[in-house]
Design a protein around this ligand. Structure first.
Ligand code: FAD
Ligand code: SF4
Ligand code: SF4
Length: 477
């Protein structure tokens, strides 16, 4: 009986894959978690209680059939577990690595609620798909027949790539345009290797390429080719450009050298991991080695900067955040990892001014949490007299991202945007205000998560196929 293998949460303790020792891992960019051994994955999967109403499933943005692939894993039927897992997720090995599971599937696991410790869903999802790659179960993309229609996808991040996968499997001709020299978006140049090794992403890009998806790289739409030209070339277009405009500091002295943007800093570091020459890294501008580093922000990007600086050999790394630990947007798991690696978090603190050029120190304002605002979140407010100086040679700002002004950059005023500047798209169909033009991922949602971009991309791919089945080329404006 299959059930007998399950429900082991009372007798089997939760065990995550082993974490590499902090003293060792903080010197390299390899992922910090080791893989489960098969016996461990099987054992951990068997802890699932096979809930009739699985909250893990309903809180996964992709509605993964989690109890099903956990049961198959517990029964040692890994190839079938992989089939079920990949049916709803284009990149399960990526989500298994970097989803904030504590806020999604695992955070809603009922056995966690009963105090037994969640089923380690993400680690098992990663294990299943890594095994599938190792054993050759990941099938190449081979459409049953080719269709004549073509779709242009602007942006090769997870949103664009998930749509490319759906479209290409249906035989549609797909071209992905990206201004970077490698596809993958923030999976490639934002998220560091210690969370997501680069060959994991490149394997997926290669799979799409080998399946017939054409990549036009180093192509900035709006500069190297116009948006209208892309619309003219394809039967439908998908905008998946993400959000890259960095919120800037406005405090006195914040234009000094030595104060850099997180996206530039992380991109340089990721490029070095690929073995690229990066002038701004090699000349020290974007390299933390031997420096006292201050990172400003409390989200995942700040966390990634902190941990990158440690690996680059900074002499000290501190993270300033204006709220407290309980109210930070970043994942608690990542804070713990960063602390283990030697980072110091200075909660309830914000920069007030910067001295020196290049920057030499920061005046830090101590904060406290005041009354809740309209959203119910307590607003930080300065403590009178609570000022002190913090020495710093490199300041990395990670204050969040905003959308670029696409209608202006692309001279396409008819593309409707929201008051936040994100592209207005229907949340079900992903259709924009322009016929035959769809949009997904961060450019619609604002800075969000990989798993949501994948969901959007899969849905938009399906919707574009419906559009292609029902009508012809995009009507000229
Ligand atoms: P992106 O991944 O941003 O891809 C957009 C692509 O469009 C890029 O390749 C870009 O070059 C291209 N592009 C943009 N404009 C143009 C143009 N005009 N012409 C041609 N190409 C263009 N999410 C998680 O779930 N877990 C994490 O751990 C996590 N960590 C993160 C760490 C960092 C440092 C950052 C910045 C984000 C992190 N995120 C994380 C968020 C996640 O990366 C994004 O939500 C996700 O990548 C959005 O996918 P996307 O496809 O919409 O856009
Ligand atoms: Fe959990 Fe993310 Fe996997 Fe869904 S995709 S099961 S949220 S790790
Ligand atoms: Fe299993 Fe937890 Fe999902 Fe229930 S909520 S089906 S115990 S993983």
């Amino acid at each position: 009986m299959a059930q007998q293998r399950m429900l082991k949460f009372v007798t089997t303790a939760k065990e995550t894959p082993e974490k590499r020792d902090a003293a060792v891992r903080s010197h390299d960019f390899d992922e910090i978690y080791r893989e489960y051994a098969e016996v461990k994955a099987t054992e951990q999967a068997s802890r699932c209680s096979q809930c009739g109403v699985p909250y893990c499933h309903s809180h996964c943005p992709l509605n993964n059939n989690i109890p099903d692939w956990l049961r198959l894993t517990a029964e040692g039927r890994l190839a079938e577990a992989y089939e079920v897992s990949q049916a709803t997720n284009t990149f399960p090995e990526i989500c298994g690595r970097i989803c904030p599971q504590d806020r999604l599937c695992e955070g809603n696991c009922v056995i966690e609620q009963s105090g037994h410790g969640t089923v380690t869903i993400g680690a098992i999802e990663k294990y299943i798909t890594d095994t599938a790659w190792d054993r050759g179960w990941v099938k190449p993309i081979k459409p049953a027949m080719d269709r004549p229609e073509s779709v242009g996808i602007i942006g090769g991040g997870p949103g664009g790539l998930a749509a490319a996968d759906v479209l290409r499997r249906a035989g549609v001709q797909v071209t992905v345009y990206d201004r970077n020299d490698r596809a993958g978006g923030l999976l490639t140049y934002g998220i560091p290797g210690f969370k997501l090794e680069k060959d994991v992403v490149m394997n997926r890009v290669k799979q799409l390429e080998e399946g017939g998806v054409e990549f036009v790289l180093n192509c900035n739409v709006g500069t190297d080719i116009s948006f209208d030209a892309i619309r003219g070339k394809h039967d439908a277009v998908l905008i998946a450009t993400g959000v890259y405009k960095t919120r800037a500091l406005t405090d006195p002295g914040s234009d000094a050298t030595g104060i850099v943007r997180a996206i530039d800093y992380l991109t340089a570091s990721n490029r070095k991991s690929f073995g690229d020459e990066v002038e701004a890294f090699d000349d020290g501008t974007l390299n933390a080695e031997g420096k006292r580093v201050l990172v400003i922000g409390g989200g995942d990007t700040a966390m990634d900067c902190v941990r990158t600086a440690i690996r680059q050999g900074a002499t000290s790394v501190k993270c300033l955040y204006r709220r407290d630990r309980a109210n930070m947007p970043g994942s608690q798991r990542e804070v713990t990892n960063a602390e283990e690696e030697g980072a110091e978090f200075v909660w309830l603190s914000a920069p007030k001014a910067f001295a020196g050029n290049p920057v030499a120190s920061v005046t830090v304002q101590r904060m406290r949490l005041g009354a809740p605002d309209a959203s119910g979140r307590q607003s930080p407010e300065p403590i009178e007299g609570g000022l002190y100086e913090e020495a710093a040679d490199l300041v990395i700002t990670a204050l969040g991202f905003e959308p670029e002004d696409l209608p202006t950059l692309w001279a396409t005023e008819a593309l409707e945007t929201t008051r936040w500047g994100t592209v207005k798209a229907n949340f079900g169909t992903h259709a924009t205000s322009l016929p035959g033009v769809y949009a997904v991922g961060d450019i619609v949602r604002g800075a969000s998560l990989v798993v949501w971009a994948i969901r959007d991309g899969r849905e938009a791919g399906t919707e574009i196929i419906r559009f292609l089945d029902g009508s012809g080329r995009i009507a000229a404006e």
